[in-house]
Design a protein around this ligand. Structure first.
Ligand code: SAH
Ligand code: SF4
Ligand code: F3S
Length: 474
């Protein structure tokens, strides 16, 4: 009998991938997806703890389910992912009607747990060991993720996929909860990564994004002592027929080594798009964040990208209002943004996370109002830069991997026949919107840009080909 599953996912790409895998495993058990929680037999939340706001959102969504659960006690409600690992039993205290709490290292157990709950009710809790709970290898094992074969239909588009190459994080930035909820850093066996990539390519996947919290710190030590680095892994993946593009996120500034930049430059499938969060432009703040580099180190790294990677596009994350951040510190961040001219930046207000070194050592002393002002100011500066940077594409022809109909396409074009508004990305990860037809989804097309906005390029497909390679690969 078909059962209906509703799943809501917040957080980073790692969580999107995890949800995809959970859904794939439950489809095998006869579940189908619904986007209406009211109709679902099982409701799952895949959660994030990186900022307080992300947690609040889930606790209020749970609160809204209380009455539904009273009326339909047979509905199963589960909390998965990082907040499950962080709050564990506390989730049952705040929401006693929750049936299941499963950390990111135990997601493979969900099909079994749901079967058990169907037979015998009672809350189930499956989480990894605390990072201080024992020997490193025991803790590592308790966080081991699973990456089973997935259902091609479950990917955001059949032509793109995430592939995990690393789990956990060992950097322990003082503001960050990730190392404690995702466990120790572990690189996945390159043979498994290549096998998964090959299978995805055989299914028609054109673009793979490799995932890791500090993806460029990836290292896998083989039994014979050889080490595979990210650059070696990319060189292997470059050879897989069918794949057109390779991306990887998120990079740690200190680990942006020359061999990796050489791989980005030399391997044609590797996108020149690098997400390398700076977090702040002030050395005092970076030191308190324990980021392990100075703003001079970051500038030096950025200089190497600029010199060595033609057509590069660098994006960043920033936290404003971290403990003790003065107006002068903030101005130094503004300076860094103006100087680097990032393609885009994600800007966050500092959110204190209990259990982190930051919460223990420093007072969260920047008023909310100041955080908000700095956030808006930095965002306005970044948006103006993004818009200016996009203008260089006016009149240029770029190669676009077509992802599917754009968000507005149905509203504008449904009645007008087969022509619809499509969206895709350039090699450097810029979003391009243009008119086309459904058959073009999944193809690489030359598109000439005639208009730009801060985060979008608008173009027209080049229909008359003068010869091969008439368009630039940016
Ligand atoms: N591993 C990645 C990203 C981790 S989380 C990296 O190291 O860059 C994504 C972003 O959330 C971070 O880059 C940081 O900018 C932000 N972030 C993390 N903890 C935060 C906190 N406590 N408050 C506000 N923003 C935070
Ligand atoms: Fe968090 Fe720092 Fe690790 Fe990124 S590198 S996940 S910000 S601890
Ligand atoms: Fe959030 Fe966990 Fe990702 S805390 S940012 S979902 S690793």
């Amino acid at each position: 009998m078909t059962k209906l599953l509703y799943i809501e996912t917040v957080g980073c790409q790692m969580n999107l991938l995890d949800s995809e895998l959970v859904v794939a495993s439950l489809r095998k058990q006869g579940y189908e997806l619904t986007d209406t929680p009211g109709r679902a037999d099982t409701i799952l939340f895949n959660t994030c703890s990186v900022r307080q706001h992300a947690e609040d959102k889930i606790y209020s969504a749970l609160g809204r389910l209380k009455n539904a659960k009273q009326r339909h006690p047979e509905k199963i409600i589960g909390v998965l992912g990082c907040m499950a690992q962080k709050d564990q039993r506390k989730i049952f205290e705040r929401a006693p009607f929750v049936d299941l709490v499963v950390g990111p290292g135990q997601l493979h157990q969900i099909p079994r747990l749901l079967e058990e709950i169907a037979v015998e009710r009672g809350p189930r809790l499956e989480v990894s060991l605390d990072r201080q709970a024992g020997r490193r290898d025991e803790i590592e094992r308790s966080f081991e993720s699973y990456d089973p074969d997935r259902d091609p239909e479950m990917r955001p588009t059949p032509y793109q996929a995430f592939v995990r190459i690393q789990i956990g994080c060992d950097k322990f930035c003082t503001y960050c909860i990730v190392p404690s909820v995702r466990g120790p850093e572990q690189g996945r066996d390159p043979a498994h990564i290549r096998a998964e990539a090959r299978k995805l390519a055989d299914e028609g996947c054109r673009e793979i994004t490799l995932l890791g919290q500090t993806v460029n710190s990836y290292r896998f030590r083989h039994g014979d002592g050889r080490v595979t680095r990210l650059s070696d892994l990319l060189a292997g993946l470059q050879e897989i027929p069918g794949l057109a593009r390779l991306k990887f996120v998120t990079n740690y500034p200190k680990d942006m080594t020359d061999d990796l930049l050489a791989a980005v430059r030399e391997l044609p499938k590797v996108s020149p798009y690098l997400h390398v969060p700076a977090q702040s432009g002030s050395n005092g703040v970076l030191r308190r964040m324990k980021r392990g580099y100075t703003v001079e180190d970051y500038r030096e790294m950025f200089g190497r990208i600029r010199e060595r990677v033609p057509g590069y596009a660098v994006t960043s994350d920033f936290i404003v209002g971290f403990c003790g951040e003065t107006e002068e510190d903030f101005e130094q961040t503004v300076e860094l943004v103006r100087e680097c001219r990032f393609k885009n930046s994600f800007i966050f207000k500092y959110s204190e996370r209990p259990g982190t070194k930051g919460a223990e050592l420093f007072a969260d002393d920047v008023p909310e109002e100041t955080k908000r002002r700095r956030n808006n100011e930095l965002l306005a500066i970044q948006n103006a830069i993004s818009e200016e940077e996009n203008q260089q594409f006016l009149g240029q022809t770029v190669e676009v991997l077509v992802e599917g109909p754009s968000k507005n396409s149905h509203r504008h074009y449904e009645e007008e026949g087969p022509i619809l508004q499509l969206t895709g990305r350039t090699h450097c990860d810029r979003i391009v919107v243009f008119e086309g037809n459904r058959r073009q989804i999944g193809e690489l097309l030359p598109v000439t840009i005639y208009d730009t906005a801060p985060h979008t390029l608008f173009g027209e497909v080049v229909t008359c080909e003068v010869g091969p390679q008439v368009y630039s690969l940016s």
